[in-house]
Write a protein that binds this ligand. Structure first.
Ligand SMILES: [Zn+2]
Length: 154
């Protein structure tokens, strides 16, 4: 690491600890040339998450955009904290797949979680995401919801 004071390239690490946000390691270093101390932070390089669109275009995953889409569907149904959690869960799940995911995968990941959270928000999101055109589309989706949420027959 180059010393910010004298620009020498020799130093020793005198202390290492986790930074306030646990994603980084803070190191105190001492320059072997001038003896002054400075701090460096080491963090994991984030692997970019890419989303391939139906048009074939590829864009970096945009959590804010996803959040606004979910917000529209969840207005009056889920509070901000629940939406934040949902976005974080979806992003984490997609990052676990890694690399490049399709918009379909993103939409399905959201629907999967909305289904368990709130059926109205689920239907609203599905209507946009799946491009519902008429009442029959809604009825079919509601039918699917009932099928999967009704208690199993004994
Ligand atoms: Zn120095």
């Amino acid at each position: 690491m180059r010393c910010p004071y004298c620009r020498a390239n020799d130093d020793k690490v005198v202390d290492s600890r986790l930074a306030e946000e646990a994603g980084a390691i803070r190191r105190r270093r001492e320059c072997l040339a001038c003896g002054r101390r400075f701090t460096t932070y080491e963090r994991v390089e984030e692997v970019p998450l890419l989303v391939s669109k139906r048009s074939g275009a590829i864009e970096p995953f945009d959590a804010a955009k996803l959040r606004s889409g979910i917000e529209r569907a969840a207005t009056g149904r889920l509070d901000a904290a629940a939406i934040d959690q949902l976005v974080a869960d979806v992003e984490e799940g997609l990052r676990a797949i890694g690399g490049e995911v399709s918009t379909d995968k993103v939409g399905m990941a959201v629907l999967e979680r909305l289904r368990a959270l709130d059926h109205v928000a689920y239907l609203r999101f599905a209507s946009v995401y799946k491009g519902f055109e008429d009442l029959a589309d809604f009825e079919r989706e509601v039918g699917e919801l009932q099928k999967t949420t009704e208690p199993k027959q004994r």
